[in-house]
Ligand binder design. Sequence first.
Ligand code: BGC
Length: 844
Amino acid sequence: MVSYCGSFSNVLRLRLWSLLAAVLVSVVFQSSLAAQTYSGHELEEKVEGYLKQMTLREKLEYIGGYKDFYIRPVPRLGLPAVKMSDGPIGVRNYGMSTQYPACIMLAATWNAELANQYGTGIGRDCRGRGVHILLGPGVNIYRNPLCGRNFEYTGEDPVLASQIAVNVIEGIQSQGVLATVKHFIANNQDYRRFDSGSNIDERTLREIYMPAFKAAVQKASVGCVMCAYNLLNGDWCSANRWLNVDILKNEWGFDGILMSDWGAVHEIVGVANGGLDIEMPSGHFLNPDNLEIMVRSGKVTEATIDDKVRRLLRTVIRPGFLTQQQKLDYPMNDPKCAAIALDVAREGVVLLKNDSKTLPLDAADVKKIVVMGPFGGFVPEGGGSSRVEPFGEISTVDGIKDIIGSGTSLSYYPVLGRSVADGISKSSVYSHVAKDGTVKPGLLAEYYSNTRLEGDPVLVRSEDILNVASQRGLVDAVGLDQGVSVRWSGTITPDKTGEYTLALCSDDGMRVWLDGEVILDAWGDHAAQSDFIRSKLIAGKSYKLKVEYYQNGGDAVAQFGWGVQKSSLDDAVAAAADADAVIVCVGFGADSEGEGSDHSFGLPNGQDELIKAASAANKNTVVVVHSGGNVDMQEWISDVPAILQGWYPGQAGGQAIAEILFGKVNPSGKLPQTYEKSWEDNPTYNSYALKDGYSVDYTEGIFVGYRGFEKNKIKPQFAFGHGLSYTTFKYGKPNAIVAITDGKPHVMVTFSLKNTGKMAGSEVPQVYLSWKDASMAQPLKALKGFAKVNLKPGESRDVTVVLDSDALSSYDVNAGKWVIDGKKFEVLVGSASDDIRGKAGFKL
Ligand code: BGC
């Protein structure tokens, strides 16, 4: 039996499981991780030894990043370069790698052991590429459905987020790689992420936004923390002394490095004194030229610099990076890691709705199946710095093909592209005048090795279409994936007069001129952003086209197309009419959900119309939603009998989805966030927009997610913790027994759980705490522990979840400490936050 409690520090059971997991992991991953690691006194002595030998200038150089993703080497002292890679859903920076499901999908598994495997797999991928530090996991709380990076994080609840974070970190670090928990703190939107401020009261910070970071430090001994871009209560996170020094380092005892997010530093003295240890990607502000004078004048003390250098040295010395051969001879396309990615996808898909047992489909009965929508034919992912290019992928169509027999017909109608630009770019036709004066087909492409289209191009060639869908396109062209700009020029000549669509999608900036006039302008640093215009073009007339693009970090997307937008909707609907099942795969994807901006609540690009057309044609329409969180379903939810939340499911996502559609896998994912009916229902609706253009007051306080929905008495579409199964579970009456250990109360919650259906399956019993005589404002209930239990049909087991005193505590701002608020409590045990199956009271 696996059980976990809310803050789980004293739970022997959990520790035993971690130990067992560690043993299993080391059996599964037999690897030679031999390294001279250091701890305690020996470590500090070694650190001091290096520190003493460094000149002030060397120290000041050391606290600035090197070559974008390194801690710099100091060859004179034998200190190696320490290599980082973006995460958190795979190793991004060094070519193709395992593409795991997004972290939100991992959270939806509610499976701490699997989270440990996920981290172990990523750690192993790091070792295969010689990476010392992985820039993940991300644990910012899901405040609302619009945040562009929700998919990189772990949901709305601090207990669930902490459990997942701790296990991922332990997994990564078990492989001789350091993890980085990010973004510290309150980076809960990507709209104006570079300059927005989050204003949050202390109790809310401590109870909602900090626990996953604190657990990462105190339970998982995370090696690194990355600061957030935003301000917290008026100070940049990169320079917030209270946050970084008083809380993170002094109160929580963090002795690793606090690195800046890329470009999150805006000043010298405030940052140097504010607890930041290394400025990334380079020492733009924190460098010898700026700092030597500050040290000499006493504005920054040498002791402050020494503290940063000590932490950097600890980071290098403690895990053994001084001597460890970081790159191991692991397969780059590692089957062990691929298996983990598939398992997470299988357990993370959430069956949101399943009227009249529409699912699972019976492969023997289904003779004709139609898949529609942009994401049926490939696996979508979120955009930005977490985007990993896999060695291969299994789409939902591929997954279904592998399951159905030869007697079943399967047809696929994408109908819509990933974005309008992607949809039409591949059939766009151009011509250009070559240097020798002849007219050639395609566009003239000029590539520059800077972001400003300056100097001589490093590559000039003709290209038939304009479609760079990932960094690989740039690397293939110029050997660079960052700091590149491109100009495409040529003419377009329509053969018919009529209305044409001209569309772009870019990450970062792109602008388009037609006959010398700017018609589309997305110039600026951002994640993938789409735009289009419609314009009347005359047959036979040649229009001069110029498109400029630059790539400045994170992901790379450059797509432009023009043409008459054709729709294959009629064909798809006709095929759907007599199908036994229709699967519509919709959502956001890298072109509309990602780092650098927030997104709409509604599905993009005409997808609602697609679902409505499919469900009007065929009652057996199943919708698969790919997104980092909730989307507006109101236009079609009552017309479709079944909905799967497919998140961004990683390289084998389509296999997992197909297995669930056909009942080869029983769904066991549960929502790590509340799904509202309308965006206005969300507790942060009135505290999302920036009040003065720069800051957000988190006026909902601790009432984020289900805490807020319950307080405001708003019934969500799907509650936190919701997720259906193909089997049924019966809960026995819970018992709550209080025990005192070391003067602190613990509550042992036990109950029986039985699989009363016909199929083996896993249930996630959730244990919530409810306050009966509180003096502080408390939520109606708060998650404090959960388990993931696999049962065969008819099988029954006793489940134990232990709540320790931390789980029972609230932060009293007046007293400046954690207290147990009241004496009378109740534990509520259920299958979802709105499906409580039993209660038990207890007194302290
Ligand atoms: C992101 C970080 C990322 C870094 C390096 C930043 O823009 O916010 O999460 O690790 O870039 O790519």
